[in-house]
Ligand binder design. Structure first.
Ligand code: UD1
Length: 353
């Protein structure tokens, strides 16, 4: 069976890692297409190298642009690729513009398409990711849901008969890398002292970065926390801060480039907490047993909110107290699967073909 994976952005490379490994073991003829949505080495190449992902077979090189331009460029480039490889399945991942383009391109050519991480909903129609998820789920032939909650969302939209509860492949890779990191004592970025305590932060959502007043308030809040903040600065955050005259060189902030995945896991594991607007990092903090404060009005990963492992603070009113809170005493349940979700994909695709 030939499966063609379409990826393009950082979190998709992380999800691709356990899938590619599992497909290798299962003898799947796996074609990897990189759209080029993320292109900086730190946003792309390091993930392939560190997570031992085979190099992409095809690179579309679309780069950045408005949502329409970016998604449209991918769509027009994908026709020829799908025609050439004629896979039995196209597999799309998560909720980026690369996900939507991949799903639409496959559907138009009558190639079966499976959506990995189907059924997540923020119910916030301002988010480009929400459009991408909803449209992809309704276009796809097979919906691989990470959680029971995702299954419920798909059923509510009339999609139950195409849904399979798979578990979350991010759990697979997060646990595998955590175990490797614990065995190897990876160094923390310069200036970060695990002994005296620190927080990890990432901010990249358009709703947070594109409003100058809100962005200034977020950076002020981070710089004002009672522990130093390792701020892993996404290119969009750096660009908007420069545009709006917001300085990231502040005494409370340790500014660093986005980290490779193992270094990120190591930094979170040894931190006192995470402050973020990233979906993936909220869940990684949960899986790694670190409290998270999320600067958004809602989360797709609602299971992280149970017992206060994750706390939402969209108006920055609680972050000063919440960011440094102790971890909850309660034991966590396992809403994100057993760490073997990727191994269920090949048999599921075979069964549904
Ligand atoms: C994208 C995804 C988001 C995901 C995130 C992970 C969409 C709509 N959003 O958001 O769901 O959480 O990836 O990081 O697909 N840039 C660079 N170098 C790069 C990539 C981007 O400088 O390698 C800059 C460009 O200025 C670009 C901006 O970052 O315009 C935003 O990149 P884009 O891929 O459009 O969206 P992300 O914010 O990264």
């Amino acid at each position: 069976m030939r499966v063609l994976s379409i990826v393009g952005a950082r979190p998709q490379f992380v999800k691709l890692a356990p899938v590619a490994e599992s497909f290798g073991r299962a003898g799947i003829d796996h074609v990897i297409v990189h759209t080029g949505q993320h292109y900086d080495a730190r946003m792309s190449d390091v993930f392939f190298a560190d997570l031992s992902i085979p190099a992409p077979d095809v690179h579309l090189g679309v780069g950045s642009g408005s949502h329409g331009v970016q998604t449209g460029s991918m769509l027009s480039a994908l026709d020829a690729v799908l025609d050439e490889h004629r896979p039995d399945w196209v597999l799309v991942y998560g909720d980026t513009n690369s996900t939507l383009a991949g799903a639409v391109a496959a559907v138009k050519l009558h190639i079966p398409v499976a959506h990995l991480e189907a059924g997540l909903r923020s119910f916030n129609r301002r988010m480009p990711e929400e459009h991408n998820r909803v449209l992809t789920d309704h276009a796809a032939d097979l919906l691989l849901a990470p959680t029971e909650v995702a299954v419920t969302h798909l059923a509510a939209e009339g999609l139950a008969d195409r849904t399979v509860l798979l578990g979350d492949v991010m759990t697979d890779v997060c646990f595998r890398v955590r175990d490797a990191v614990l065995a190897s004592e990876l160094a923390l970025p310069p200036g970060v002292d695990a002994g005296s305590g620190y927080l990890v932060s990432t901010i990249h959502r358009a709703d947070n970065t594109d409003d100058p007043d809100l962005l200034a308030a977020i950076i002020d809040s981070l710089a004002d926390l009672s522990l130093p903040v390792l701020l892993l600065a996404h290119p969009r955050l750096v660009a908007r801060c420069a545009e709006f005259g917001i300085s990231l060189d502040r005494p409370g902030l340790i500014r660093a480039e986005p980290l490779p995945y193992p270094e990120m896991v190591a930094a979170v594991l040894r931190s006192r907490g995470v402050v973020t607007d990233s979906g993936g990092l909220q869940k990684e903090a949960y899986l790694l047993g670190v409290p998270c404060t999320t600067l958004r009005t809602e989360t797709e990963w609602v299971e992280t909110l149970v017992d206060g492992w994750n706390v939402l603070d969209p108006d920055l009113s609680r972050v000063r107290a919440m960011a440094v809170r102790d971890k909850p005493q309660s034991a966590q349940s396992q809403p994100y699967g057993d760490g073997h979700a990727a191994d269920r994909i090949a048999p599921t695709l075979t069964q549904w073909h």
